[in-house]
Structure formats: structure tokens, C-alpha cells
Design a protein around this ligand. Structure first.
Ligand SMILES: [Zn+2]
Length: 369
């Protein structure tokens, strides 16, 4: 568990979530229909972000071409982008991942549709998580190396090697009408390919799919005061841990919104109020069908702007977006056992009162892109 001082030291996305010129978010706020120039530009934004800021990450693409109801005799290209960070001494098949997932494609209509909550903002949140955790991961792995607790002896004492995987999926949206075949094009292609990517014999994890310890899907996030129920019985424990992090972010005054500790309506229940997991169709379906554990962060009901032209940058609630980014960072940090590896001195935050009486924070040494 992260201490309060570590929670407070988790970086805030700051100006990088500005919708006009924020380094992380603004380049994603444009139409990005699969196979178009907008899609390629946004994909390029992700790739250059990792190459320039996170050179130790392993980057890969999973490509497919598929027929759609509007592709006629041709096929539409779909490109998934996968960034992974493993402990430096591990080999493929030894690492279990916390896998963060969001789709980067946007709905083809109405014309000019941006899809800010759907899912530009979640993509920016994942970028923030990656860069915020990297220094702590480096520190943790260096200290394990120094203590001689990697490799064989490490295997002996610990259950698994933990890594972080971030997947930007293409082709989630339907082209005409949502159905099993007109939707989740990228996710279906990726899940099938991961299942057949077999790791070397005697690996801890049999294939790329079984390397996913938890598939944390972020979708339709960025509208104010979301309500996210617990959708899956099998991952209710993870849902409760995430909700607990939210409560602690609120109690340490780290959260920017006052509603964050009410986002998770099933937090205090031993059961979800209703297990909807099989009924909300999204990118998790082909993974769930293959036995992957899913934690689905999608509000119920969907935000009002959903699939409307008003789902744009101006309608995002930026403090909510920032709270999501910090919350997922903190949850991932606990998953990866990073307590003690954040640079508390460097976080150097000062607080001031905002015009609405809401506490606002300025990070004085924000990580620059
Ligand atoms: Zn959508």
C-alpha cells in the first residue's frame, strides 16, 4: 500500500492535459477513424511519446486488415499499439502484467466527432501513468538487483515478476451498427494473436494472453462525477482496491474533485449491486472469452455526451481527467509494489486555494515532455 506521503508525491498531469496545447492530451483530440490520416497522426503521437520519454519500454504493433460493413470489396487496416515494461533481467514468458487498455479510434459519425471521453482522455491517462511510474520502476529494479533478489533467488521468494503493459486499441467503434462483427476489430484481432503467441517451454506464462494478470479497461472517462459499478465477481477485490485508493486520495487532499470517493458505488459491498460484466460490450469481450480477468472502468450510466458531437475537448471535466490519471497511477503503483521508490523530495508541491474554494495544486517540478 502507498503511504500518504507517496500518494501526495504522485505527479499530476498539470498542463499536459490542456485541451488546446497539452503535450499529452491535445494531439489526440481530433477525428481518428481507422485507416485515416488522423488515426495515423495519433498513433504516431503515442509512438514518439514512448520513444522520446520512455526508451526502455518495448514497443510493438499488431496489425490486421478486416472487412467492415462499409469497406466494400476492400479491407480496412487496424493497428494496435502495445508498450510493455519488464524487469530488466527477465525473459519473455516470465512476467505477469497489469495491462491498461483503452481504444484510440473514434466513431465515424457524426462527422467531425472527436470522442474525448471515448477514448482520447483515457489514452492520455495511460500515457501519464507510464511516465509517472517509470522512475519508481527503475529504482525498484535497481534495488532488487543490488540486493541480489532477482533471477533464480528472486523466483524462490516471490510469486511472480511483475511488469506493466499498456495497450492502445484500434477499431473499437462500429462503422454502421454495433454487433459482434461490427465492433472491437482491434481487440478481436489482438486477443486471437496473443493466444497463439506461445512462450518458450517451461515459461511461467504459457502465452501472451495468459501473461495478463489483470486487464484494466478504461472507457468513457472524463465527464464529471462518474459512477462506476463493479462488473465482475472475479475482480471485485481489485475494484475494491481501486476504490480504496480513491478514498485515500480524497482523504489526503490529493484529489482535485470532491466527488472521487463517490465514484465507486459498489466499493463497500461484498458483492457488486449487479454483475453487468457480460452485458456491456466493449474491448474486453474477446479477452474475457479467453479467460482473462477484467476490471472494467466504464461509468453506468454512460455520460450524456456519449456518441454525440458534443463529446469534445470543451466538454471534458479536466479535474476529473486528472484525478483518473492519478488514481490509476496510484493503483498501478500498489500493484507493482512501488512504495518507497517514488522521489518524495522532488515532488515538491505547493497548495493554493482556487476561486471556488477547491484546493488546487501546482507541481513545481513537473516532468516535462
Ligand atoms: Zn464509442
Amino acid at each position: 500500500m502507498l503511504s500518504s506521503s507517496t500518494l501526495k508525491a504522485i505527479p499530476d498531469p498539470g498542463d499536459d492535459f490542456d485541451i488546446k496545447n497539452g503535450a499529452l492530451l491535445s494531439p489526440i483530440l481530433r477525428p481518428r477513424v481507422p485507416g485515416t490520416a488522423g488515426s495515423a497522426a495519433v498513433l504516431n503521437h503515442f509512438v514518439s511519446f514512448f520513444k522520446e520519454n520512455l526508451p526502455a519500454w518495448n514497443l510493438s504493433f499488431q496489425n490486421s486488415t478486416q472487412k467492415t460493413p462499409i469497406s466494400g470489396n476492400g479491407k480496412t487496416p487496424f493497428v494496435n499499439f502495445i508498450a510493455t515494461r519488464d524487469p530488466p533481467w527477465t525473459s519473455p514468458g516470465e512476467v505477469g502484467y497489469l495491462t491498461l487498455v483503452a481504444h484510440y479510434d473514434s466513431l465515424i459519425k457524426p462527422e467531425g466527432f472527436i470522442g474525448a471521453i471515448d477514448s482520447a482522455a483515457p489514452c492520455a491517462m495511460m500515457m501519464h501513468v507510464a511516465r509517472s511510474l517509470e522512475p519508481a520502476l527503475v529504482k525498484k529494479w535497481a534495488s532488487m538487483d543490488k540486493a541480489g533478489v532477482k533471477g533464480e533467488s528472486y523466483d524462490h521468494y516471490f510469486e511472480e515478476h511483475k511488469g506493466l503493459q499498456i495497450i492502445f486499441l484500434d477499431g473499437e467503434e462500429a462503422f454502421v451498427q454495433w454487433s459482434a462483427t461490427d465492433s472491437t476489430y482491434g481487440a478481436r484481432a489482438l486477443a486471437a494473436e496473443m493466444e497463439t503467441s506461445i512462450h518458450p517451454a517451461l515459461s511461467t506464462y504459457h502465452n501472451a494472453l495468459s501473461s495478463i494478470s489483470l486487464f484494466l479497461l478504461l472507457d468513457l472517462l472524463g465527464a464529471p462525477s462518474p459512477n462506476v459499478p463493479s462488473y465482475f465477481k472475479t475482480t471485485h477485490w481489485a475494484y475494491q482496491r481501486l476504490a480504496d485508493v480513491a478514498t485515500r486520495l480524497a482523504s489526503t487532499s490529493k484529489a482535485l474533485t470532491s466527488s472521487i470517493d463517490r465514484w465507486f458505488s459498489d466499493a463497500d459491498s461484498s458483492e457488486g449491486s449487479y454483475w453487468l460484466g457480460g452485458r456491456i460490450e466493449d474491448d474486453h469481450i474477446p479477452f474475457m472469452a479467453r479467460g482473462v480477468d477484467i476490471l472494467h472502468m466504464i461509468p453506468s450510466k454512460f455520460p450524456d455526451v456519449w456518441h454525440k458531437i458534443t463529446d469534445d475537448g470543451e466538454h471534458l471535466d479536466i479535474p476529473t481527467c486528472k484525478d483518473w490519471a492519478v488514481l490509476v497511477t496510484a493503483f498501478a503503483a500498489e500493484w507493482l509494489d512501488l512504495e518507497g521508490f517514488f522521489d518524495l523530495a522532488k515532488a515538491g508541491m505547493k497548495q493554493k486555494r482556487g476561486p471556488l474554494g477547491r484546493t488546487e495544486r501546482t507541481v513545481t517540478s513537473k516532468t516535462e515532455l
